[in-house]
Ligand binder design. Sequence first.
Ligand SMILES: [Cu+2]
Length: 512
Amino acid sequence: MTKPTYTDYFFDEPAYNTHDGGYVPLEEPQTPQQALRIPPLLKPDKETATDTYYTVEAQAGETQLLPGAKTKTWGYNTTLLGQTLVFEKGKHMHIALKNSLPELTTFHWHGLNVPGPYTDGGCHAPVYPGETQHIDFTVDQPAATLWLHAHPCPSTAEQVWHGLAGMVLVTDQTEAKLPFPRNYGVDDIPLVLQDRRFHENNQWDYDADYDPDGVQGPTPMINGTINPYFDVTTQRIRLRILDGANRREWRLHFSHDLPFTQVASDGGVMPEPVQFTHLMLTCAERAEIIVDFGSVKPGETVTLYSDDVPIVRFRIHDYQREDVQLPDHLVDIPDPDVTPNTPIRKVVMSGMDEQVMIDGKKFAMQRIDAKQQVGNVELWDVTNTNEMDGGMVHPYHMHGTQFLVVSRNGHAPYPNEHGFKDTVGVNPGETVRLKVWFDKPGVFMYHCHIIEHEDGGMMAQIQAYTPEEPNKTYKLMDMDTLMKAVAKERGIDVKDLHLAGMSSYEKMGMQM
Ligand SMILES: [Cu+2]
């Protein structure tokens, strides 16, 4: 039987962001095309057979994005986004987290299976300006495309907007044996999809663009490149695509409806490859796709679009012909049993704008909302009740776990949702059932990954505990400490401090 090629985006069309009142359409940049920036691989400080040492430095700088003035940007080991980290499965990683920014930040490893809350790097793990902290962990999960981003509540959105987002590639022996392109920068290409608005003198202005439903800009920015092209020199390329935007959904398709094959989702290689002509990603989701240009002649250009706007041009050069068939089965994904006694947890995402909440509450850093024993499998029913004006898709993300998608409103999940995921788009009026377990203890956040929604309180946290320490207490960040620290960094009085996400609490008359 020939396998299907899927030609639709699956998500509910009336809930697409294009229908939002505040939607900012993408516009094709009018500036000259530039070579797609490929983030360099970060060189380890030291490497042995068993251990790897990295220094990750959050820094401020300037980046030439448009002709004329450089743009003030932030990045990891570079001025914008990050150098790419490679984590080899089984190795012990030692990472120095250095903050050279003028304000506190955190280093969150999105999708990485590490203990919480300090190694995970959510809001409870601040690194103050001028400080260096050290984490270490053993890489304990399959090959995957993960990412590093800032997560200091309620300023996550603003810091990511400044540029704090980098790629993290986990490698392992299983993936290494699959016939995938893996020559980094040549046929294995990270693709961070973001959007920005350029104000006077080519600068970004987060406050001016602020929208509690998610900040957007009209200009596509791909790997920190405006109007990029990529020179293709092989028949096949692998794109590791990340929706790194604060709010934007990407509806991807190539010119001539060129089909492509998705081989991995958030948490790694999928059990089976799935062929598409169209693919929608919600915030923080990743898809690894393999594109075969075998039907395209050298000299031609294949364009990647989001909706109807070109975002990357692939200029096809001479390439060596190859005839690679992907196996029908790629990897085995463990699917732990559930029983009629398996607990079913309910999570409700509600509201839009300032009203966003989880289970009728806004996030509080000192409150533990749920507990689950490490190793136990539970079903999580995640519901999006927001149907106002057609509603919107909330990308639901969990720290500390790679989950399985069981069903959508009782029906089969989408064809590319059979592998490990850490972020899943939930349509309005829909309940997505997940199979969730934690391998590591700690306090972990779960939230909408429209980043302004999480800053605005659409977030909660769970304590994953071991039977030996069911009531372990962790030192959790508190609002008073945070506000005083940021006010001091900015040289202002704490009563004059305003952080973007706070407005959602104030409008609702709620305390952070
Ligand atoms: Cu949301």
